[in-house]
Design a protein around this ligand. Structure first.
Ligand code: SME
Length: 167
């Protein structure tokens, strides 16, 4: 299957996220493997969204977050629940937008180039599966519209995988 990456300028933010969600659903169609779909979801987001230096997953394993498929520089491997932006979004089960990572108490710096960040919790029903995190080398890169758009992409991903793979 050839897959032509589409670049989005997000001037029509809601429209571009809707188109990206369609593109992701098409990319994942027919495949239900968790790792494969997580890898392609991270790759599509990293390819389509401007001004990112990291995009990927942390998955809940034995009570802590462990890095999963991602795009970007090598990342911290394990994050305790309640720690950093990822651990906080996981515990609070809500999307966290950080305009300036240096102003976020307890921010975990994996890539020194990161200036702003957004983390979306992955919830399958009431079950916490992990988080989807994006970093940007630009201050205040993410807004509420990004939050809604990324939550939609996260649900397209979660709907594509086998429930039994969500241990
Ligand atoms: N900065 C995150 C850690 C993960 S890196 O961004 C890949 C945090 O504070 O949780």
């Amino acid at each position: 299957m050839t897959f032509a990456a589409k670049r989005y300028d997000f001037r029509d933010q809601a429209g571009d996220y809707a188109a990206l969600a369609e593109e992701l659903a098409g990319l994942l169609q027919g495949e239900s493997d968790f790792v494969a779909n997580a890898a392609n979801t991270a790759a599509l987001i990293f390819d389509a969204l401007p001004d990112l230096n990291w995009a990927g997953f942390y998955l809940l394993k034995q009570g802590e977050l462990v890095v999963g498929p991602f795009q970007g520089k090598p990342a911290c491997v394990r994050i305790a629940l309640g720690k950093g932006v990822c651990g906080t979004a996981a515990v609070e089960r809500k999307t966290i937008i950080v305009p300036d990572v240096n102003a976020f108490p307890g921010h975990i710096a994996c890539d020194g180039a990161s200036r702003s960040e957004i983390v979306v919790p992955l919830l399958k029903g009431k079950k916490l599966v992990g988080v989807l995190g994006l970093d940007s080398p630009r201050l205040a890169r993410f807004d509420e519209g990004d939050g809604r758009g990324l939550e939609r992409l996260a649900s397209v991903f979660l709907d594509s995988v086998r429930p039994e793979d969500i241990a």
